[in-house]
Each structure stands twice: as C-alpha cells, then as structure tokens.
Design a protein around this ligand. Structure first.
Ligand SMILES: Nc1ncnc2c1ncn2[C@@H]1O[C@H](COP(=O)(O)OP(=O)(O)OP(=O)(O)O)[C@@H](O)[C@H]1O
Ligand SMILES: [Mg+2]
Length: 296
C-alpha cells in the first residue's frame, strides 16, 4: 500500500469578479500520485500550477473538492502529527527564541521539559545553529530562519515531511549543505518526503522520483525515476554523472513545455483585455516569461 496516495484530486478557488459574482478558478485538474513509504518525491512545475495547493491538501490544512488523498490507506480529513510542514516562507513565532520555536511542536507530544530541550538543541545543531538558540527570529537572517523551520519540523520526528520550496531563500552554499542534510536525515530515519522546488538540479539531486506538474489546472504530467545511487549522491561530482545530466535534460524538456503554455496563456489573456495596447501586451508577456523562467 502506498504511504500517500492521491486519486483524481481536484481543487477550485472562488474569485470575485467585477460583477461581484464568483468565478471558479480550477487550481488542480485531477492529480493522481502514489508515494511509497520512505520515498523522496519531488514535485516541479511552472509557477502557479498548483504545487502548494496540492501540498496543503496532503497536509490536511485544506480538503479536495473532488477525489481523495489517503495516508496509509486512510482518507485525510485534517492535519495530523504524522505530517510536518516546512513552508516557502518561514512561519516562526516572533516572540519565541530559536530554541522555543523548535520546542513548540514538541510541547503537545512530549511533557518532559529537559528532553524537549535536548531534542531541540540536537536539531538546531544539525542545521548549523548551535550558537543561536537564544536568538529571536528578528535577530536571524532569512536563511537562518528557514533553518529553524526545518529543525522544528524534524524535531517532531514525523513519518511524512512536506516541504514547499524550503531552501529557496538560502544562499547557494548553505542550500547545498542543507540539501545533503535533508537527504541524509530523511534516508536514515526512513521518512517519506514530498518536496517542492523550482530548481531542476535540486529535484534531481534529492528525488528518488520527480513528478512534473502541468500548467494550471495542475495534473501530474509524468513521474520520472532518478537512477542515482545513494553512493553517487554523496559525491561532490554527482552533477557531472551521466545519470544526473540525462535526468536533468529530460526534466527540463518536460518542464519547458509547461512553462511555455503558461507564457502563451498570459499573452492570450492580456491580448483579450481591452485596456492593454498591443505593445504593452507583448511587453508584459515577455516580463512574465522572464519571471517564470527565472524561478526555475
Ligand atoms: N486561497 C486562494 N484563493 C484563490 N486562489 C488561490 C488561492 N491559493 C492559490 N490560488 C491560485 O491557485 C493557483 C495555484 O496556486 P499555488 O500556490 O498552488 O501555485 P504554485 O504551483 O505553488 O506556484 P509557485 O511555484 O509560484 O509557488 C494559482 O493560480 C493561485 O493564484
Ligand atoms: Mg507554491
């Protein structure tokens, strides 16, 4: 049985239009995806295709309009301690120190104060923040705050880790180190991971499998097996291996088609709007194309 299974999951959002009526925006168009126990599944897809929407549904923070998401065969009806989330933007409590932020999730499941502190300190050390346990979030850099969020999720020791572009705000070197840490920790502790990224290299390096999402309404266009061994992933020259280069190329080809669809839809939308002159339309189209492409 799959650890996480999504069957024909659809999600619509209601958007108020000019006539004060609501239009339905289809965000997910029927997502089918299976993730096995201990598997590292990465999702890539153009900006706005519904990746975060899907992750929210797996977390139980929101519910599908159609279809089902199940964990260990049971339908998801809300959040649970078996799933921890690291968001695109850190969600730390500004009034709590780094240590107290990491301890937060543990307070509801572990009543032993000294034990909680010990676990929190261990995870802060793991993400390279040993010396910062008494700092408040406003005293940390963006990257450090994101590392605290990762430590907080890991400290809960959940079976499933849901990560929505958790490393996007980090500098390139810290990002590489943390990628390796996340991979090592997830494998050592047999976690099932659903990880969203815009970086193809990150997707190939981390993923046992990479699911490519189509332009909105998002569906899973293809799931690619990444044939890198655990040993290859520990090597500094992993990105130069044939397996890495080939996976990267295949992924980029699949993704590029979807990014182009998004650009074309933008240009169509703008050319239908009477407020836009043709020059402005192509200009905006270009700017949007650059926006989409630079996120990858
Ligand atoms: N609460 C909401 N209300 C209305 N529309 C929403 C809501 N949340 C998301 N959307 C819309 O649903 C679509 C999918 O959004 P989502 O955040 O899932 O995309 P994404 O793939 O995560 O994008 P990105 O890569 O930029 O983070 C977008 O068109 C977005 O505008
Ligand atoms: Mg998102």
């Amino acid at each position: 049985m799959a650890k996480i299974e999504s069957v024909n999951v659809k999600k619509y959002f209601k958007i108020k239009n000019k006539g004060n009526q609501y239009d339905e925006l289809p965000a997910l168009g029927g997502v089918d995806l299976k993730i096995d126990q201990g598997e590292f599944m990465v999702i890539v897809g153009p900006s706005g295709c519904g990746k975060s929407t899907f992750l929210d549904l797996v977390s139980g923070l929101t519910l599908p309009d159609e279809g089902t998401i199940s964990i260990d065969g049971k339908s998801v009806t809300g959040p649970g301690l078996d799933r921890a989330i690291v968001f695109q933007q850190n969600a730390l409590f500004p009034w709590r120190t780094t240590l107290k932020n990491v301890e937060f999730g543990l307070e509801s499941i572990n009543s032993d104060k000294d034990n909680r502190r010990e676990i929190a300190l261990d995870y802060l050390s793991l993400v390279g923040l040993s010396g910062y346990y008494n700092h408040y979030p406003h005293q940390l850099s963006g990257g450090m705050k994101q590392r605290v969020s990762i430590a907080r999720a890991l400290a809960l020791n959940p079976g499933i880790l849901l990560m929505d572009e958790p490393l996007a705000a980090l500098d390139a070197q810290t990002r590489e180190f943390l990628q390796r840490d996340i991979l090592r920790i997830s494998k050592e502790s047999h976690k099932t991971v659903l990880f969203i990224t815009h970086s193809i290299d990150e997707a190939v390096f981390l993923g046992d499998k990479v699911a490519v999402m189509s332009a909105r309404p998002g569906i899973i266009k293809q799931v690619l097996d990444i044939p890198l061994t655990a040993e290859q992933r520990t090597r500094d020259d992993v990105a130069a291996t044939q397996e890495f280069v080939q996976s990267r190329q295949t992924l980029w080809k699949l993704l590029k088609e979807e990014v182009i669809k998004v650009q074309e839809a933008q240009i169509r939308f703008q050319s239908q709007s009477p407020a836009q002159s043709p020059a402005r339309v192509s200009g905006n189209g270009l700017i949007n194309a650059v926006r989409v492409l630079t996120k990858i």
